[in-house]
Design a protein around this ligand. Structure first.
Ligand SMILES: C[S@@+](CC[C@H](N)C(=O)[O-])C[C@H]1O[C@@H](n2cnc3c(N)ncnc32)[C@H](O)[C@@H]1O
Length: 256
């Protein structure tokens, strides 16, 4: 897929401060971290931005913390926010990590980092890398943009029909799960109406379930906002698809 501007360019530019301005953990993140992760064990977070999640985890009693982001200026911000240098922040790209095989107790891939990777092969590479660095028996938290959730909204389903038509007219066979950014720098992105890249990738439940299983992960549980609210993640994609799906998809995995 050819794109003059990449998602990395957005995070280095117009989206640079969007996540830096956030401070607290989201309720969904807090739920998953408290329920599934062990503060006594080490953590690596992918796509740390300014370190919001890791610095909050430190407040929750986690001590062995590391994380990476592919934007050097964001890592510089994260380091500045951690004056005691208690967190090992590094510039790395999720598709090719320098952490050794089986070296990390727990991994956090929240806020849809995999969906920000533009092409299918690189998304698979990133998921394979996450599996490679995790220790046997280690737990991982993933989240993904949910196509089913977005498609259930009338406004978005109309937009999707418009995009499909536009792509057909242009002879562009890109899947409708690749969507342009609707907001950039806090403002409506008019390029979304022109179907201009870069895109984020919106997963179907079964697709992310199969992707994570295909690299060797065992699925501990998966859900969206209603399942998290009910404190009842589902064990399989089929069970989740039988319920209401709203918001992001959250998947807890274990390395077998
Ligand atoms: C949606 S933001 C989330 C930031 C942070 N995890 C949080 O929740 O506050 C996604 C972050 O992932 C980073 N990112 C996206 N793709 C990446 C990749 N392939 N490797 C490393 N970082 C990546 C971006 O630079 C950005 O900082």
């Amino acid at each position: 897929m050819k794109s003059t501007i990449s998602n990395k360019d957005l995070y280095s530019g117009i989206e640079f401060s969007t996540w830096l301005d956030l401070q607290k953990l989201w309720p969904q993140e807090e739920y998953l971290i408290k329920k599934y992760l062990n503060p006594q064990l080490g953590i690596v977070e992918a796509g740390v931005n300014g370190g919001r999640i890791l610095l909050n985890m430190q407040e929750l009693g986690f001590t062995n913390l590391a994380g990476f982001d592919y934007v050097p200026a964001l890592i510089a911000e994260a380091i500045e926010r951690n004056p005691d240098r208690t967190v090992d922040f590094q510039v790395q790209d999720a598709i090719e990590l320098t952490y050794p095989d089986n070296s990390l107790d727990q991994i956090v891939y929240l806020q849809q980092i995999i969906c920000l990777i533009e092409d299918r092969a690189s998304r698979l590479r990133a998921v394979r890398e996450s599996y490679r660095i995790l220790k046997l028996g280690g737990i991982g938290l993933f989240s993904a943009l949910s196509f089913e959730s977005r498609n259930s909204s009338v406004i978005y389903s109309v937009y999707f029909k418009y995009l499909k038509l536009l792509r057909k007219i242009r002879g562009n066979d890109l899947s409708i799960q690749h969507l342009p950014w609707l907001k950039l720098g806090g403002k409506f992105n008019f390029n979304a109406l022109l179907d201009r890249p870069p895109y984020t990738y919106w997963y179907r439940v079964t697709e992310i379930y199969e992707l994570l299983k295909s690299v060797g992960f065992e699925i501990v549980g998966m859900g969206s906002d209603p399942q998290i609210k009910a404190d009842r993640l589902q064990a399989t994609d089929r069970e989740l698809c039988a319920e209401e799906i709203s918001g992001m998809l959250y998947i807890v995995v274990r390395k077998r």
